[in-house]
Design a binder for this molecule. Structure first.
Ligand SMILES: [Ca+2]
Ligand SMILES: [Ca+2]
Length: 468
């Protein structure tokens, strides 16, 4: 026993079926720490032993220090653990993980953790910034929360990096016989990716029990080169195609690409597949015309395949989906849906942004102030000209007429309105507030507008009407 700790047993000896209670108490002089106590009992030749943990605390725990992922970390795995230092042993922890630093949008909240580590259930979202904090509990109380750390998870394959936005180059969901596609197997209703949201149609080729190749060929698509990488092909596929064991295919599906109007086709190498790698090499032993190529086969539910097209940037290309079968055994085959080519473009460098339009209820002789926020939503420091449209009422911009803002910076513009004495019930004045970038080299430069609606309302007249 540690010093200044006592243990008393209610009954000793204890005769069956009675129960005896062990009471352990520590007085104020007991030393803080973790101890292991051994409780033993014997009866004749029988002997039993039990280990008991005892932790003595003098106060609530200190705040913990978060360790991993480091504060500000980027490209963090979506399957990361969250870890922190243990200020002393035998503590219980509570963690909160949120999408905002104010912890209003909490995505994980877990108490009762007995290890300084948390494994978020499922996976975190790609390309997302998370904020997290931890506090510790012991018998004396609860610590304050740790400092909040933040980290950003890695982008999903094909997603656009910071400072860029997606640009749809081409897309089809195969619902309405998209122009320019040719195929040797039907586009059919019945099995469609996200069929709850879209009517029903995908491309389908049956895995035949006879030597054959079936093909779906895209129209020519111009792959942009002026935009930031990645530029990618995305499509969803469902397969039930005859495999050969766990690493090979008897029948198989491949993707080919042509940069010469279909005169020749090159199988897309595995190195270009950012997700959903090939199942294995297609056997050339039983007559499959695609034998020798790596391909998809086996059973796989709808899966998104992302193909890196960086090598084809700036070129006009066609894609060809080909499914080859050997001499025997067929299955349901191959479905393809939701095909798109996407790129990323730089976000606009110069972009003023005004908060939403406002409506103000006014009454005669009133002087009111309307506030609208202006944000520099571009990527460069910028200056803005501010302009108000004419009005029959007296309307003034209280702010100076040129505003300088850093990227992301926001300021509040104030407009005063003096409502004339002869304003009448139902009268509406609309004023347009315009901001124009001074730094934008484009012609015309970036602008934004907000409408201020001033309405002499019924409610605003009531105090006058109800006077005795
Ligand atoms: Ca579809
Ligand atoms: Ca076969």
């Amino acid at each position: 026993m540690p010093s200044d700790v006592s243990a008393t047993l209610g009954y000793n000896p204890v005769t069956p079926p009675n129960v005896s209670q062990l009471t352990i108490s520590a007085d104020r002089k007991a030393d803080v720490g973790d101890y292991t106590l051994t409780v033993s009992g014997s009866s004749g030749n029988l002997y039993h032993e039990y280990s008991l943990g005892l932790s003595i605390f003098a106060s609530a725990p200190d705040a913990v220090t978060l360790t991993n992922p480091a504060n500000g970390a980027t490209d963090v795995s979506i399957d990361t653990y969250l870890n922190w230092a243990e200020p002393q042993s035998s503590l219980i922890y509570e963690i909160q993980v949120a999408l905002d630093s104010g912890f209003n949008q909490v995505v994980y909240s877990q108490s009762g953790l007995d290890q300084p580590s948390f494994d978020p259930a499922g996976s975190l979202a790609n390309g997302t910034t998370y904020y997290w904090r931890v506090r510790a509990l012991n018998a004396c109380g609860t610590s304050s929360y740790s400092s909040t750390y933040q980290f950003k998870t890695v982008l999903a394959a094909g997603d656009c990096p910071e400072g860029t936005q997606p640009l749809d180059v081409y897309q089809t969901n195969f619902e309405n016989n998209p122009a320019g596609w040719t195929h040797s197997a039907p586009m059919i209703p019945g099995r469609s990716h996200e069929s709850l949201h879209q009517p029903s149609t995908s491309y389908h080729s049956v895995d035949k029990n006879a030597i054959s190749v079936q093909r779906l060929t895209s129209p020519t698509i111009s792959i942009p080169e002026t935009y930031d990488e990645p530029v990618s092909l995305n499509f969803w596929q469902w397969t039930d195609i005859e495999a050969s064991g766990t690493t090979g295919c008897f029948d198989g599906a491949i993707l080919e690409i042509s940069d010469n109007s279909g005169q020749s086709w090159t199988p897309v190498p595995e190195s270009m597949l950012l997700t959903n790698p090939y199942y294995g090499t297609i056997s050339d032993g039983y007559g499959n015309p695609l034998g020798g190529n790596p391909g998809w086969c086996g059973f796989q539910d709808w899966t998104k395949t992302v193909v890196d097209l960086s090598d084809y940037a700036g070129q006009d290309v066609q894609f060809r989906f080909s499914q080859g079968s050997d001499a025997s055994i067929g299955l349901e085959g191959w479905y393809i849906d939701d095909f798109s080519v996407t790129a990323c473009e730089a976000k606009p460098d110069y972009r003023p942004y005004l908060s939403s339009d406002t409506v103000s209820l006014v009454q005669p002789r009133q002087e009111i102030t309307v506030q609208i926020r202006l944000t520099n939503a571009g990527l460069n420091p910028d200056s803005y000209d501010i302009d108000l449209s004419n009005s029959a009422w007296t309307i003034n911009l209280k702010t100076r007429e040129v505003i300088d803002l850093q990227p992301g910076e926001t300021t509040t513009l104030e407009i005063t309105v003096i409502v004339p004495a002869d304003a009448y019930l139902g009268q509406v004045q609309e004023v347009i507030l315009s901001v124009t970038s001074q730094g934008d080299p484009n012609n015309p430069p970036a602008t934004d507008q907000a409408t201020i609606e001033l309405s002499a309302s019924l409610l605003s007249f009531i105090p006058f009407m109800s006077r005795p």
